[in-house]
Design a protein around this ligand. Structure first.
Ligand SMILES: C[S@@+](CC[C@H](N)C(=O)[O-])C[C@H]1O[C@@H](n2cnc3c(N)ncnc32)[C@H](O)[C@@H]1O
Length: 271
């Protein structure tokens, strides 16, 4: 990637490409790298957190695929580099269908490039705060049958919806649109637990606010659990990122104290 717009201007940082940089990806620009490096100065764990979060998502998609889910709607998907949802799901079931949605147009165009030639996976520009626009999007309707179970993935994106009422409302609308037997998979930066310095959190929030269009907001465990109210939680329930059905090849950085990951996760099934 060149790092400059077609018109020669520099691109502002986005959460998707900061995350991609932390994952070791190449889909990022100088402003993303600068913001990511600044964040890593404050939180040396930021890159490993990104990898730990992605590993959880992979395990969850593997689990859902094993349970027979053949359709996935991944909102706030970022850039689907190696080992992402369509690869895991289509490895287990080649007929699995995946729609990625992200607010960042560059993440979407990068995704479409990666998915070129894969007629069972696509990417759309979508804002989690406008769930009906995503649910009625022609490419969502073309690829997903909402009368059949869907795996709804909200990986590390709900903390970019700071308004609590809005966050519960949009998750409620998405859940309501899905058939029984569908699943909600989510990970979320969490304020309680771990030994994260509140000053560092504030500094990181300031960094996102200044450099990206998506400021982030931490939630407590009870606030996170509320997204899953009324769903049947898949064991082991609401846990820290590395604790959800760990696999041998996962990053082991938080083995001593999983709460240091500061990320809560859960998988719930719609009865
Ligand atoms: C930290 S990345 C997570 C990527 C992926 N879901 C994962 O868990 O590996 C967060 C993503 O959410 C996207 N995002 C932030 N706010 C959003 C919104 N309101 N609607 C859709 N996507 C959003 C960002 O552009 C970014 O790609």
């Amino acid at each position: 990637m060149s790092g400059v717009d077609d018109d020669g201007g520099t691109k502002p940082a986005t959460a998707a490409r900061i995350y991609d940089y932390h994952l070791g990806g190449t889909h990022n620009f100088p402003a993303d790298r600068a913001a990511a490096e600044a964040m890593a100065q404050m939180f040396p764990l930021a890159p490993v957190l990104a990898r730990t979060n992605r590993a959880f998502l992979r395990r969850a998609v593997g689990h859902l695929s094993g349970a027979g889910v053949r359709q996935f709607l991944d909102i706030g998907s970022g850039i689907p580099t190696e080992g992402n949802v369509h690869e895991i799901a289509q490895q287990i079931a080649p007929d699995a269908r995946v729609v990625y949605a992200d607010i960042d147009p560059v993440a979407v165009s990068e995704s479409l490039e990666i998915l070129y030639g894969n007629d069972r996976a696509t990417a759309i520009r979508g804002d989690l705060r406008e769930p009906q626009a995503i649910l009625t999007h022609p490419r969502v309707r073309a690829l997903l049958d909402l009368d059949q179970p869907v795996g709804l993935l909200l990986g590390a994106v709900l903390h970019f919806v700071p308004d609590d009422d809005l966050a519960y409302e949009v998750v409620g609308q998405l859940r309501a649109a899905l058939a029984p037997g569908s699943y909600l998979v989510a990970s979320h930066a969490c304020a309680d637990g771990g030994d994260v310095d509140p000053d560092d959190v504030q500094t990181a929030q300031g960094l996102y606010r200044r450099n990206t269009a998506t400021p982030f907001h931490l939630r407590t465990r009870p606030q996170f659990e509320r997204f899953f109210a009324g769903l049947d939680l898949v064991a082991p329930g609401v846990v820290w990122l590395p604790q959800w059905r760990p696999a041998p090849d996962d990053p082991a950085d938080f083995a001593d104290d999983p709460s240091r990951s500061s990320g809560l996760v859960a998988v719930g099934r719609k009865p």
